[in-house]
Design a protein around this ligand. Sequence first.
Ligand code: NAD
Length: 338
Amino acid sequence: MTDTIPDHNQAQARVAQLHEQLHRYNREYYQQDNPSVPDAEYDRLLRELQQLEQAYPDLLSDDSPSQRVGSLPLSAFTQVAHEQPMLSLDNAMNAGEFADFYARLQRLAASEQEIALVCEPKLDGAAVSLLYENGRLLRAATRGDGSTGEDITANVRTIGNVPLRLEGEVPSRVEVRGEVYMPLAGFERYNQQARDNGGKVFANPRNAAAGSLRQLDSRVTATRPLEFCAYGVGVVSDDFARPDTLFEVFQCIRRWGLKVNDELTLADNLEQAQQFYQRLGDKRHRLAYEIDGSVFKVNDLALQQKMGFVARAPRWAVAYKFPAVEQMTRLNGVDFQV
Ligand code: NAD
């Protein structure tokens, strides 16, 4: 978007155009696992829309792509209504925006004190909800549009590191949320085989993971090299002695036998969080899986609750993205230079 804000008429026309374009890109990305533009381009258009909606609040509608999470679930799967919505994350694109996020947290907490943050890599895969009852995996679902996902239990059961039974003392009902992703070595092997056999090549590991999860035949999913990594809990029964902090929740998840990311760290203040971001950025290309940033979440669960949510994301978390150094180079079989 240019620095000058267009007049109302021009803005209205542009907003309509952006709705049409972004809804189409969402369908391609979330439903067909086949994007036609790089993420940086999508993000640029979404930002432009958000800026126009900010300048002209009457142009903000409920069906705006800026208010939406993901896309409608595919009808080929049984639909699952999420008991707690599965939201997205707000983005910070640079150090200034990240500092603004931290200052906002302090305002919301009505305190000048440092706010401790849990720091994690932002895995580039697909969000999945795992519901365990009496320690057994009962159901797995995609995020879908945030309120309704797809039942992908049979497919998730084929992922080797998803325990079908949890260990130790477990709440009678617990929903663990996390990312299913395809580690880079497996992704490259898969695409090489697909090229050799004239099959479908995935644009990136994220699309490969999402596409593999939504196979109608779970025997196909079983051949895909997928892993699960937990990043939080959703609904939990009252018999869970809920800890005070997110960091302790992660320790519980680990004890139950689920994978938690090795990079997970606690930062006591903004400076430590920024250092985590730098360190992770430096080692990004040595990791066995693709990440596109760091995620920071308020550690104090009572504070999280106080801060709450906006339309599509919690106020107590942010995805601080890495600069888009390497975008997809091939989309729909066509080389794409970014
Ligand atoms: P997002 O992927 O930016 O962030 C939210 C998601 O991050 C969560 O749902 C979760 O799945 C994931 N995540 C990974 N690690 C996490 C962690 N540690 N804690 C919590 N969540 C974690 O948001 P989104 O709304 O799913 O998608 C937006 C992204 O998709 C943007 O990067 C956008 O560019 C891209 N996109 C691209 C196109 C396209 O056409 N190229 C279309 C739509 C969206």
